[in-house]
Write a protein that binds this ligand. Structure first.
Ligand code: MLC
Ligand code: AMP
Length: 472
């Protein structure tokens, strides 16, 4: 069973926990969560797919868990989504209803509210492990985000692999304040907790104070964050020291800077676990609770994962800790393709079952991996969010005051990278930032728009992004 701790028979037999899930001021016991989510399942059963506006609320938890109990794939929609992105996600995914919170614009879809106090004790058969659990939209270098088909089998396998690596057990209290529309917060954080049976605390925003409070007041033991979260914890100092009683601090979704790793170790006494993955592959590499944690390195393949480092000529490169190659992975956790996009799927997922991650890495003789960067400058990671330069450029070009646009990721101490747009035209920068937020998501807004006379281009007319990065 995917959400093993929610097995109704076991819960009815007494396997209950009074504070299984805490989110947005609501605390669910495990039996209340089973009863309420099953009542949601009864209302969506038979739907092909449902959209959930994934704000960090109890309604989102019920919507996701209820749909999973009924075997209905969930399309998590970013909490801060804009018009164009929302329309694309709804039409591309074929979602038949909004489940959970009422979005501001329903785009003509029916809305199925969830009732926090309703209960049902109906028993649903466990859906096939091959069935799609989630369709998570994620950015490519160009175009609108693609729907990644994630099976129930992949999620279950990933959580079990991580449980082994991190000695993650029902005794843990997992804490995070990350979005519930991406793998990190949703799959690992929420679904992981409901599979393992540990207590789950969502802090709302992942502020240093909230993390410290969750450890000191709620017994938080296993803490998840993107590097921006950990860097802000270190900046705070007191918050970092307050994390000392925790068991494990885990960082992922973007590179954890070495000074942040060192700062956490100095202040909290914890060497953070670093793990690496993607929406398409789930988490494939990690350091472990019992093994070496090396700043700047993301660890070893999890059980069942194999990796290859491929050189320019297509041959494997040496595992000498220095030679850089393209990272390919194969794993029981890989996605089942991009929804409606066999072309895009074939570009990254070979018939041989290897996923071309788009990241470049080195591996040392002991199998430890270091992520060196991405193959494409057009995939930006900002605050742990994956953002395509192309989708922002397309939206900018849709503004009447923009003739040409090019977007780059500039190095940023807090966010890893920050989005900077170079524009030829007569638009006002703030209006363009606002325009992107309205069309895409708030977190895809450029931090900075620079109006320039011309973009640097090569003889073929292609924008020289590497050169633009020097202009920042
Ligand atoms: C942001 N702001 C802007 C702006 N961008 N204002 C004007 N113009 C812009 N361009 C505003 C925000 O709205 C906010 O306002 C304030 O500035 C601070 O914004 P911020 O710097 O972005 O910080 P914050 O909102 O606190 O967000 C930081 C963060 C967030 C770390 C909480 O980036 C985050 O949740 N990241 C997690 C992403 C994630 O989960 N990725 C996992 C992908 S899965 P105000 O008013 O709100 O303060 C994956 C697989 C794997 O990668 O391996 O895990
Ligand atoms: P996403 O699809 O949002 O899941 O983003 C996946 C990408 O995030 C990966 O392909 C990497 O580029 C990056 N990433 C995730 N974890 C790490 C990490 N620990 N170190 C470096 N990059 C990471």
């Amino acid at each position: 069973m995917l959400l093993a701790s929610l097995n109704p028979a076991a819960v009815a037999a007494g396997a209950d926990v009074a504070d299984a899930v805490r989110i947005d001021g609501v605390t669910w016991s495990r039996s209340d969560l089973v009863g309420a989510a099953t009542s949601v399942a009864e209302r969506v059963g038979g739907a092909a797919r449902v959209a959930v506006l994934a704000r960090p609320t109890a309604a989102t938890v019920l919507g996701v868990v209820g749909a999973l109990i009924a075997g209905v794939p969930v399309v998590p929609v970013p909490a801060d989504v804009g018009v164009a992105e929302r329309r694309h996600i709804l039409s591309d995914s074929g979602a038949q209803a909004w489940l959970g919170e009422v979005p501001e614009y329903t785009d003509g879809l029916p809305h199925v509210p969830v009732r926090l106090h309703a209960r049902s004790w109906h028993r649903y058969p466990e859906p096939s492990p091959d069935a799609t659990a989630l369709v998570v939209y994620t950015s490519g270098t160009t175009g609108l985000p693609k729907g990644v088909l994630i099976s129930r089998r992949a999620i279950a396998a990933n959580i079990d692999m991580l449980a082994e690596a991190w000695q993650w057990s029902a005794d843990d209290t997992l804490v995070h304040g990350l979005p519930l529309y991406h793998v990190h917060g949703l799959v690992l954080g929420l679904l992981g907790s409901l599979r393992i049976g540990n207590r789950f605390v969502h802090t709302g925003k992942p502020t240093p104070h909230a993390y410290a409070h969750a450890v000191t007041e709620l017994g938080g033991s296993l803490l998840f964050g993107v590097p921006t979260v950990w860097s802000r914890v270190v900046e705070d100092g007191d918050a970092a020291r307050a994390l000392a009683p925790a068991r494990l601090l885990v960082s992922g979704s973007a590179p954890l800077p070495v000074p942040v790793f060192d700062g956490l170790a100095r202040l909290s006494g914890h060497q953070a676990i670093e793990r690496y993955g993607s929406t398409e592959s789930l988490i494939t590499l990690s350091t472990s609770a019992a093994g070496e944690r090396r700043p700047g390195w993301v660890g070893l393949p999890l059980r069942g994962v194999r990796t290859r480092l491929v050189g320019e000529d297509g041959a494997d490169v040496a595992h000498d800790g220095e030679t850089i190659g393209r990272l390919h992975v194969t794993s029981p956790t890989l996605f089942d393709g991009y929804l409606n996009r066999p072309d895009a799927t074939a570009e990254v997922l070979g018939a041989d079952g290897w996923y071309r991650t788009g990241d470049v890495a080195v591996v040392d003789a002991g199998g430890m991996h270091r992520i060196v960067g991405r193959e494409s400058v057009d995939l930006i990671k900002s605050g742990g969010f994956r953002i395509g330069a192309g989708e922002i450029e397309t939206v900018l070009l849709g503004h009447p005051g923009v003739r040409e646009a090019a977007v780059v990721g500039a190095p940023d101490e807090d966010l890893g990278q920050r989005i900077v747009a170079f524009v030829v035209g007569d638009a006002v920068p703030d209006a363009l930032i606002e325009h992107v937020g309205q069309q895409l998501s708030a977190h895809k807004r450029p931090r900075e728009v620079r109006i320039v006379d011309a973009l640097p281009r090569n003889a073929m007319g292609k924008v020289l992004k590497k050169e633009l990065q020097q202009w920042v």
